[in-house]
Design a protein around this ligand. Structure first.
Ligand code: FA5
Ligand code: MG
Length: 387
């Protein structure tokens, strides 16, 4: 049954990454400071971004090409840094405040209380600066507890870019160092967007990150919506100073490779990046940027609604984790469709779950069983009262 499948441990019970051994059975199940489910664990080490005929690898190489052409021999490239990092690397080193939500168990996957699956490639900024790098690109898999829809997945890929300037760079301009870096940043990223897409509708949005100021996000118009594809900004002086770069300014960006690849290749759903179906994989080959993906007939979605009274500890990320745990990649979207509080102060949420396989049509029986298991797990693990 589906339930059995979900409980089955993944094939190898010990994963060794960058010299760190993690026993899935002992650590993952029994340590309360670890919140990594098997479905996430089994993605460690897959490194889709290092496959030259996978859309993410093709895109990574396309971005490399842009930087190599415009900044010959300047950027050092890293795509094999360990995704298991310390809390210090992931948060402290980039000035994420002690009480910032991103540090919570609700948002981040913890291996133990001091170790996380990196939630962004910014986790490597400080160490690379310290090692003397002044121009670098870091590509890697990143991990987040998050919502479920066609542009969000708990494992995705980012590319970080950092460029450090010294006084001779900005002194020739009539700009202050921060404005100089901000202008160079926007020009570089607009150039990258043109290199990748040619003409595309894009816009800059003011944003906030603890590690940059000013900060921006770039959005691209895709499928009748604005989609956020990257965050960036001028690096906080404190990061440069703590990592032996006095008297410098720097810009940094972190882009979502899946989001850009969705636009570039016309890939409608983020789950497809994990597909091993030949009808997907055979459509991409090394160096072929922007070949439009031809969807193999889209199978119909099936919607199931569920309502329950929430409690104080309820979060949508926890719900999504449970649904993914049961349905894996058969779940397409989880959305809140109704929310009310009664006179007694009890709050009810109704969620609509869309089930759809990217590869085949699902039977009613199969979906009913998934939904049954979801209901059971939601009730048991989240302690909510089904209505
Ligand atoms: C960051 O992760 C910052 N570290 C980016 C940054 C780097 C800012 C350097 C400044 C300087 P954010 O959380 O917005 O920012 O994520 C960056 C990008 O990752 C997003 O724009 C989006 O393209 C992608 N992304 C975020 N969450 C998901 C997800 N669940 N699934 C797929 N892509 C995602
Ligand atoms: Mg963002």
């Amino acid at each position: 049954s589906t339930k059995k499948k979900w409980r089955q441990p993944v094939a190898s019970s010990v994963v060794e990454l960058c010299g760190i051994k993690i026993a899935k059975d002992d650590v993952v199940r029994d340590d309360p400071t670890n919140n990594i489910p098997d479905t996430i664990f089994s993605k460690l080490g897959m490194q889709l971004h290092r496959r030259n005929n996978h859309p993410l690898g093709i895109l990574k190489n396309g971005i490399y090409e842009y930087f190599d052409t415009n900044y010959p021999n300047m950027f050092d490239k890293f795509d094999d840094l360990c995704p298991i990092v310390s809390v210090k690397q992931n948060f402290d080193d980039v000035l994420v405040p002690a009480d910032h939500v991103s540090r919570s168990y609700n948002d981040t996957y913890y291996v133990d209380s001091q170790t996380v699956l990196r939630c962004h490639t910014s986790a490597h900024q400080a160490e690379l600066l310290r090692r003397g790098h002044t121009h670098f690109l870091v590509t890697g898999d990143v991990y987040r507890r998050d919502s479920i829809d066609s542009t969000h997945y708990p494992v995705f890929h980012q590319m970080e870019g950092v460029r450090v300037f010294t006084p001779d760079n900005w002194e020739a301009s009539c700009l202050d160092p921060t404005s100089y870096a901000a202008e160079d940043l926007k020009k570089s990223l607009e150039g990258l967007a043109r290199h990748l897409f040619g003409a595309v509708e894009m816009r800059w949005i003011d944003a906030y990150f603890p590690f940059t100021n000013p900060s921006y996000e770039l959005e691209i118009y895709f499928k009748e919506k604005w989609m956020e594809v990257l965050g960036c900004g001028v690096m906080e002086q404190e990061i440069l100073k703590s990592n032996s770069r006095l008297n410098s300014v720097a810009w940094a960006f972190g882009l979502g490779l899946e989001r850009l690849a969705m636009v570039l290749f016309d890939i409608p759903d983020i789950r497809l990046f994990w597909s091993i179906d030949e009808r997907f994989t055979s459509q991409f080959s090394e160096g072929q940027m922007g070949v439009k993906f031809k969807t193999f007939s889209k199978y119909p979605p099936c919607y199931k609604d569920m309502s329950f009274w929430i409690n104080e500890s309820f979060t949508e990320n926890n719900l999504c984790e449970v649904v993914r745990g049961v349905a894996g990649d058969l779940v397409e979207e989880v959305s809140l469709i109704d929310n009310f509080t009664n006179k007694k102060g009890m709050t009810s949420h109704c969620y609509r779950i869309a089930y759809r396989s990217m590869e085949r049509s699902l039977t009613d029986e199969e979906i009913n069983e998934l939904q049954w298991n979801v209901r059971e797990q939601v009730q048991n693990k989240l302690n909510v009262v089904l209505r």
